[in-house]
Ligand binder design. Structure first.
Ligand SMILES: C[S@@+](CC[C@H](N)C(=O)[O-])C[C@H]1O[C@@H](n2cnc3c(N)ncnc32)[C@H](O)[C@@H]1O
Length: 703
């Protein structure tokens, strides 16, 4: 029998994932009613439903009323009858859960928010799928939820262990279709599976209810497979007063409030359980968040999800709290890197022994460096959103097939992004990136390349093209077979003709309107990622910003066939890449090199400022991009001095500048480099590289 998610007809339990079926574990089969000690409750529900049946529109209203009634039963247990103080643990649990056993699942699906990320992460990380022990497994709902993430048949055995007889009865009934599941009524602190070791142990909101938690953890660790075993936990939580892990930290008020509220029900939220897990095991992944509570507005309970392995030094994970500097918007500026890596290649000369430092920006060029098989690439950005984008690209390359990666980053759209993210990507990403993409998953619905600062400019440009009837010219240019044909279409555009042939006074007026619209500080910074300092450099060279832009675009039109050769502008004009016109990492053979030859593993993503990252180690190659244009003379001097100390002899540094001769070139020379300007944009209509956006390109070689 197939137990997997695609099975037809599905076992009852699998259907329970549908919200409208939420009550099914308790009322759709005689068996549960018969065997459940809460049968009387259910009969009451049924007579209540007969009344509700009379109400129209029948289906939704009925379901809603049933839901509310069942939730009321649970809330009555939680709020009015807390876990008894007397008796042994098993009987106290029975008194608490017995009356709500049949309604348990419906309510908890809106409350235990950590369960699905926990199961998704465990399923994605399991190397060996043999035996799973779910400790404090309650109604066995997690087993059914797990079917969403993997085929349950992959397990030789699943143990659902719980001390509460009523919940075990519900679990037995619900999981009776699954021959590899064994529901064990017993104590987690004493349970021992028949097998010597198991591949997965989970505590889903149960460790906080087990007073002798040390014993429960010790026991679980004793049978966890020492190499491949995974211990996963999801639970409510409040932090230590002084938390060494910043993402876990809670304020005094939250610590005291939540701990005292849950304490009433015999649920212990204190940090001691998590501290003990950290002590016994190695963290490989964790996620901290807060979740809503049914019928309680505004309040959100903190919870965490953690995945651990038997200790090995290399698996310890500590995540720092990352915040963007205030001037950044809450998203990224760039969706692609705006420097041409092919133009860099003859100067940067990458080899397999190189340790490269680069800025992240859109991340394509950081991945491109990996393609050269270098030893390590450190990709640094102080805007965490840029790094979240790169982390998504890296994880997608590692975890997904080419077709999905192409849809996400080639087309910029993926109809199934949320599912892939939950199952394949998030379990391997940092908390910072998970939170970013959870709230920005819609980018892949409306087109990634229309989002972020520059994406908004691209979208606005397309609207302006429509409004001013430039779109037909753009389409003709994109359909051109030769550069000459493309230039002909460009020249025939009415706006270009106006600029070329109108009287000087009118051209000057038009230039100023364009400059006001496109080159004001806000658009330059949020849309083009060009800070005020860089705009000043351009003006300092005596170049008007609109001439600078015209030089860029006219050069591109005359120097490259956009639809075939220039993926940067092809993306701007169409909001996507094409398979023949895209960054190298999106080409199928390169993708496989990154993935199958594990070249992508040389990529390290660093959330920090450039200077401290430069000062951390010695590099043989540094790509400054146009970073120094953004800095004051003092800051640029500091970077130049650090380059002198942290670039190995013979090491190469490249950068581009909006100025013909930026002042800091001299600083770098003074730090022990031979500095050469390898290109300067002096001819109005020439194309230096596919981006063609800078006035000069520089190489510094360490003496
Ligand atoms: C909040 S419920 C969570 C149930 C289930 N894991 C889920 O995610 O829905 C906590 C469960 O832990 C069980 N439990 C508490 N102490 C236990 C112990 N010492 N041994 C086994 N189960 C225990 C309770 O009976 C209850 O089912």
């Amino acid at each position: 029998m197939c137990i997997g998610p695609a099975t037809e007809p599905q076992p009852i339990g699998l259907r329970q994932r549908l919200p409208t079926d939420r009550l099914s574990s308790s009322d759709d089969e005689e068996g549960i009613l018969g065997s459940s000690p809460s049968g009387r409750e259910i009969k009451k529900t049924r007579s209540f439903l007969r009344i509700v049946d009379a109400v129209k529109p029948q289906f939704d209203a009925r379901l809603a009323m049933r839901q509310i009634h069942n939730d009321a039963v649970v809330l009555k247990s939680i709020w009015l009858s807390s876990l008894a103080k007397s008796g042994d643990h098993a009987s106290r649990l029975e008194k608490f859960y017995g009356p709500q056993a049949a309604q348990y699942d419906g309510f908890r699906s809106k409350f235990l928010w950590g369960r699905e990320p926990l199961l998704a992460c465990c399923a994605a990380r399991l190397e060996e799928r043999k035996v799973w022990v779910d400790l404090g497994g309650g109604t066995g709902e997690n087993v059914l939820l797990m079917a969403k993430y993997m085929n349950l048949e992959d397990f030789d055995k699943i143990y659902v262990v719980d001390l509460c007889p009523s919940l075990c009865a519900v679990a037995r009934q619900k999981l009776r279709h699954l021959p590899n599941v064994d529901v064990v009524e017993g104590d987690a602190t004493e349970f021992a599976p028949a097998e010597t070791t198991v591949s997965l142990v989970t505590f889903s909101y149960s460790l906080s209810m087990i007073p002798p938690f040390h014993a429960a953890v010790d026991r679980a660790v004793s049978y966890l497979h020492p190499e491949n075993g995974i211990l996963g936990i999801a639970d409510f939580f409040v932090s230590n007063k002084f938390e060494p892990l910043p993402l876990r930290q809670h304020s005094y008020l939250r610590r005291v409030f939540w701990q005292s509220i849950f304490d009433q029900d015999g649920i212990y939220l204190g940090p001691e359980r998590r501290n003990y897990l950290d002590h016994c095991l190695s963290r490989v992944w964790e996620y901290n968040d807060e979740g809503s509570i049914p019928y309680v507005p505004y309040l959100r309970v903190p919870f965490y999800v953690g995945v651990y392995k038997v200790p090995k030094l290399s698996t310890i994970l500590v995540e720092n709290k990352v915040e963007a500097p205030a001037r950044f918007p809450p998203t990224f500026l760039y969706t692609q890197s705006w420097e041409d890596p092919h133009a860099d290649a003859p100067y940067i000369l990458l080899g397999k022994n190189d340790t490269v430092l680069t800025l992240t920006s859109g991340g394509c060029n950081s991945i491109d460096k990996c393609l050269h098989g270098v030893k390590a690439v450190y990709s640094v950005d102080c805007n965490p959103a840029q790094n979240s984008l790169l982390e998504l690209k890296r994880t997608a390359i590692r975890r997904l097939p080419y077709e999905d990666v192409w849809m996400m980053f080639g087309e910029g759209r993926h109809p199934d992004f949320e599912r892939l993210f939950e199952r394949e990507l998030a379990p391997f990403m940092s908390q910072k990136a998970i939170k970013f993409w959870k709230s920005h998953s819609y980018y892949f619905k409306t087109g990634l390349y229309y989002h972020g600062g520059m994406g908004k400019v691209v979208a606005a440009m397309q609207v302006l093209f429509q409004m001013f009837r430039i779109t037909p010219t753009v389409n003709n240019m994109l359909a051109s077979k030769t550069v000459e044909e493309q230039v002909r279409h460009f020249d025939s555009c009415w706006l270009v003709r106006v600029f070329r042939h109108a009287p000087t006074i009118m051209v000057s007026l038009l230039s100023n309107i364009v400059a006001l619209l496109l080159f004001n500080r806000i658009t330059l910074w949020f849309g083009g990622g060009i800070p005020a300092k860089q705009a000043e450099l351009i003006q300092h060279d005596g170049v008007h910003l609109s001439d600078y832009a015209a030089r860029t675009f006219v050069g591109v039109v005359k120097g490259s066939l956009i639809a075939r050769d220039n993926y940067f502008y092809h993306n701007c004009l169409t909001g996507r890449f094409s398979k023949t016109c895209c960054p190298d990492y999106l080409k199928k053979d390169n993708f496989h090199k990154l993935k199958d030859d594990q070249l992508i593993d040389s990529l390290h993503i660093v959330d920090d400022f450039f200077l401290p990252t430069l000062e951390k180690r010695t590099y043989t190659r540094v790509v400054l991009m146009d970073h120094l244009d953004w800095l004051s003379a003092e800051q640029a001097k500091e970077v130049a001095i650090a380059l002198g100390k942290h670039v190995a002899k013979g090491g190469r540094v490249i950068w581009r500048s909006a100025a013909y001769t930026p002042r800091y070139a001299r600083f770098i020379e003074n730090s022990g480099f031979i500095v050469t300007r390898v290109q300067a944009h002096t001819e109005a209509h020439e194309m230096l590289d596919l981006v063609n956006m800078y006035a000069s390109f520089w190489l510094a070689v360490k003496k």
